[in-house]
Design a protein around this ligand. Structure first.
Ligand SMILES: Cc1cc2nc3c(=O)[nH]c(=O)nc-3n(C[C@H](O)[C@H](O)[C@H](O)COP(=O)(O)O)c2cc1C
Ligand code: FES
Length: 630
């Protein structure tokens, strides 16, 4: 097939799919992302299929299993098109009513709508829900609209048109110039300008070049890359194809952790379908451009996300990082020039080519262009994935989109950038999020993890937790990271156990500087961030642990004991039911009490009590006074 015919074929598929969906044909789009899977979406989708068949509607109504819609807190969820009616927390028993009432009779099932706590009524349309309304979705625009296992859905939404444009109208140099002009920076953490990276790779002479999609995503709590790959794998493949054309690469890898089975499955299906449609392999779209993509499943070590470790892992070697230079663009996979980019970086490419660099660079801030997806987790009402323009403030993300703090508690801090990110306090809530402002606050963008903490979080324990994670994930190759992080964990552990010593804060500070300055790779260089930022913004908590042997948030087990306030206890018995060790006793409707000798300080009673009747106080309360209450 010559190239004109191939381009035509793409247009034909698009026209055919659009024609089959034109008019008001109803479509039920059921989220099939991992979050909704965990909450039973498969059964909901199956019940929809059965119910449609039962009512003779299988042909008249499209049922589409899509990727993550972002509002994972409310899953399993479904949107009924063309009206865009959003139903949440679905169970199979709700399905018959949705089909009869909404799909057939065009009525809304009120009880399944999302209700903002302050409002008394449910919100009908997806786009009117504050969580969605205040986002700007470029990467995620189509996640809730397409079936990731059907390339025709992607093509119908203008998929592969950017690739066609590039192959038809642009030289590789023009593509690179466009990406440079867009201001796109790598979304994997460091924010390196993508066009500059591609140019470096293109200009380095070699008989073979590679590109890699980094989908390792080892940050606890981060799952945006997984969701893009699961929900819209062709957007990543199209970006990689354009990148390969620009760089002159003939082979690519998607490096994805094997803990992401749906992402692995959907990428493999997408690659096969792209091949079947002449979009991968030799003579792509009938041109002389050829490119192939392999999927490599990583074993899930955090350090494997670091680019030099990742490439060692693909080569079949132990995932040890290497000192740079040489940089991968000069000597990457098997010593050949390699451009490695993050999932979200690749997914930005096709929209930039489609709408132009000027459009893209009009979004965001002076130095950070476009949008960024954040995974909003922790003590937040609307857990989920949020895509906003760079420069959006933390307050807007956490309160306007995220719906504020769970249980009406007070915001304390947000950790951005994954385990080696920093903790940002309340006084910086109006910080516009971009690479530079986060760095000034002592944190990093990382790949976009955002863990929100409430007043019940001990910042010393939090720093210990993340440092411990990093220490366990350290590959051990360089001494500053291997030994330095271990010493920091030892000091933090003794502080949280009430064994902190004078001088520990200075020791931590000194170790943090050394590890940051001397570690071989980004893992060690960023590891001290949680300690550095909690020391900067929450130093008083360290001092309370060390000097007064108290934990102000009543979290550290060695320093806290729980007590029931008789004047507040209603005898509801909720605390006793939640107690795993039977430490709480009391008759129904009578004041309960805690046997401290049995209490393991798991906080289940404290968190479960609806009357604020349980307080955590210092084990030294009698000598030093109460430190926290509900
Ligand atoms: C410990 C460590 C883990 C990393 N994990 C990831 C990851 O999971 N995904 C990712 O894209 N980049 C990760 N990076 C950054 C990569 O080394 C690299 O900078 C990135 O893939 C480049 O892509 P970009 O230019 O599109 O950001 C990690 C870096 C370090 C030091
Ligand atoms: S997995 Fe369904 S909304 Fe995220």
């Amino acid at each position: 097939m010559n190239s004109n015919k191939s381009f035509q074929k793409l247009d034909e598929i698009r026209a055919e799919v659009l024609a089959s969906r034109s008019g008001d044909k109803p479509c039920i789009s059921v989220c099939g992302g991992t979050g909704c899977h965990a909450q039973g979406c498969e059964e909901v989708a199956r019940t929809f299929q059965e119910e449609l068949a039962k009512q003779g509607l299988s042909e008249a109504v499209d049922l589409r299993r899509t990727g993550c819609h972002g509002f994972c807190e409310r899953g399993p969820l479904a949107v009924i098109h063309p009206e865009g009616i959003f139903y949440q927390r679905l169970q199979p028993k709700d399905v018959e009513e949705i089909v009869t009432q909404t799909v057939v009779n065009k009525n809304v099932v009120e009880r399944l709508l999302f209700t903002v706590p302050k409002l008394k009524y449910g919100i009908v349309r997806e786009q009117e829900i504050p969580f969605y309304q205040q986002q700007q979705r470029i990467i995620f625009a189509n996640n809730g609209l397409l079936d990731p296992t059907d390339i025709r859905d992607y093509i119908a939404l203008d998929g592969y048109q950017s690739l066609a444009k590039v192959l038809r109208e642009m030289t590789p140099e023009q593509v690179i110039a466009e990406i440079k002009a867009s201001g796109l920076r790598g979304r994997g953490g460091a924010g390196f300008p993508t066009g500059v990276k591609w140019e470096g790779c293109r200009n380095f002479p070699s008989d073979k070049k590679y590109i890699v999609c980094n989908a390792d995503e080892g940050d606890p709590g981060a799952y945006m890359d997984r969701s893009v790959l699961e929900g819209n794998p062709h957007s990543v493949i199209e970006g990689m194809l354009i990148g390969a054309y620009a760089i002159g690469a003939s082979e690519g890898y998607v490096y994805v952790r094997s803990e992401y089975p749906i992402a692995v499955q959907n990428v493999k299906i997408a690659l096969q379908q792209a091949k079947d449609h002449g979009l991968l392999g030799k003579s792509i779209l009938g041109t002389d451009f050829g490119f192939d993509i392999n999927v490599f499943q990583g074993a899930g070590a955090f350090v494997c996300g670091e680019e030099t470790s990742l490439m060692a892992s693909i080569e079949g070697r132990r995932a040890f990082p290497k000192a740079r230079p040489p940089f991968p663009v000069h000597s990457g996979l098997w010593g050949k020039p390699t451009s490695i980019n993050n999932v979200e970086t690749w997914a930005n490419v096709a929209p930039i080519i489609a709408k132009g660099a000027a459009w893209y660079s009009s979004i965001g801030t002076e130095t950070s262009k476009g949008t960024k997806i954040f995974s909003l987790v922790g003590k937040i009402n609307n857990t989920g994935l949020v895509e906003v323009p760079m420069g959006t403030t933390l307050r807007r993300i956490i309160f306007d989109i995220g719906g504020g703090i769970k249980g009406g508690k007070k915001f304390k801090a947000v950790q951005t950038g994954g385990p080696s990110g920093g903790c940002i306090p309340e006084m910086l809530l109006d910080l516009p999020i971009d690479y530079e402002s986060l760095a000034r606050a002592g944190s990093i963008m990382g790949s976009g993890g955002m863990i929100v903490m409430d007043e019940d979080t001990c910042m010393v324990e939090l720093a210990r937790y993340f440092l411990n994670f990093i220490q366990e994930e350290s590959c051990g190759k360089c001494v500053p990271c291997r030994i330095g992080t271990m010493q920091m964990v030892e000091i933090l552990t003794r502080i949280t156990e009430g064994e902190g010593r004078d001088g520990d804060i200075d020791r931590l500070d000194q170790l943090a500087r050394t590890v940051k300055a001397e570690a071989l790779c980004g893992l060690g260089q960023t590891a001290p961030n949680p300690v550095v930022t909690t020391l900067r913004y929450f130093r008083h908590e360290y001092e309370a642990h060390i000097s007064q042997k108290t934990c102000p948030a009543a979290v550290c087990r060695s320093l806290v004991q729980f007590r029931i306030l008789p004047e507040k206890c209603t005898g509801c018995g909720r605390c006793a039911i939640g107690c795993p060790t039977g430490a709480i006793t009391g008759a129904k409707k009578e004041v309960h009490s805690i046997d401290v000798s049995k209490c393991v300080k798991c906080r289940a009673c404290y968190e479960g009590c609806r009357f604020g009747a349980i307080i955590g106080e210092s084990v030294h309360a009698h000598s030093r006074g109460k430190v926290a209450n509900a």
